[in-house]
Design a protein around this ligand. Structure first.
Ligand SMILES: NC(=O)c1ccc[n+]([C@@H]2O[C@H](COP(=O)([O-])OP(=O)(O)OC[C@H]3O[C@@H](n4cnc5c(N)ncnc54)[C@H](OP(=O)(O)O)[C@@H]3O)[C@@H](O)[C@H]2O)c1
Length: 229
């Protein structure tokens, strides 16, 4: 079970029909204001986790861009940028991607045990490598590893291919969602939480903590209700 002092939160933009990207994994382009909100939410993060497909699309590290947020982090004895964590089964990345070359960012590659050492070798000087033991508790293993790196929270920025096990195990305390005024469509376009899905008895419940509108976008924050079940 997750220790109560560890906070897991998310931040994703979705279209009106609930898609986080197009069927060919193109970006859904939220507004500049959404980017500001992303920076603000990131500024609270000790670590930021993305899935391998998101890294393959963006190739960029998750950094806190604004100086004022970096200074706020400094006052809280945090590094300017959160630790960047990528979850992958296939380490087919390029060490030359900006994600791996920013000298101010600490990185962790999380893979299941048994992942080939040859594929990890080019990254040993660029990132920590955490191999989890295969099993349903792998999110708790990741939390335990991050706690050893002195993290007390984790921001999951998606994509949809990573969030299901965390939601299933009631580990997500807070969801930040930007609704963008677009329809994307497409059965193969990912949503915020993919995976096998819940049956009616196991649907997760949340309470609306905060909501506001800016232009045609709506910003929502939901928090766990009754332990999320
Ligand atoms: N709208 C938004 O806010 C937002 C945010 C983030 C991303 N996106 C979009 O979402 C798209 C990608 O989403 P996605 O759902 O296709 O993929 P994703 O969630 O970024 O990545 C899925 C991948 O994560 C790895 N993974 C998942 N569970 C794992 C586990 N238990 N152990 C090890 N590795 C695991 C696997 O990597 P392997 O492939 O190595 O097996 C899997 O293919 C991007 O193209 C991006 O445009 C949108």
């Amino acid at each position: 079970m997750k220790k109560p002092e560890f906070h897991v939160f998310t931040n994703l933009a979705i279209s009106m029909d609930g898609k986080i990207s197009t069927k060919d994994r193109a970006h859904i382009d939220p507004s500049r204001y959404d980017r500001l909100m992303m920076d603000k939410i990131r500024s609270r993060a000790h670590a930021v986790l993305i899935g391998a497909a998101t890294l393959r699309t963006f190739r960029q590290p998750a950094v806190v861009e604004r100086k004022r947020y970096q200074l706020m982090r400094k006052a809280r004895r945090l590094n300017p940028h959160p630790i960047n964590v990528v979850l992958a089964r296939h380490v087919d990345f390029e060490p030359s991607w900006p994600y791996f070359s920013d000298p101010h960012v600490e990185r962790v590659i999380v893979v299941p045990e048994g992942t080939s050492e040859a594929s990890l070798k080019p990254f040993h000087t660029l990132a920590h490598v955490f191999k989890y033991k295969k099993g349903p508790d792998f999110p708790e293993q990741i939390i335990g590893y991050l706690q050893k790196l002195e993290c007390r929270n984790l921001l999951i920025e998606g994509g949809g291919g990573v969030l299901f096990p965390w939601a299933e195990r009631n580990l997500v305390d807070e969801w930040n969602i930007t609704v963008v005024p677009k329809i994307i469509g497409g059965e193969s376009a990912p949503t915020m939480v993919e995976g096998e899905g819940f049956d009616a008895a196991h649907i997760k419940h949340y309470k609306l903590r905060k909501s506001f509108r800016r232009g045609d976008e709506v910003f929502l924050r939901y928090v766990k209700a009754r332990d999320g079940v």
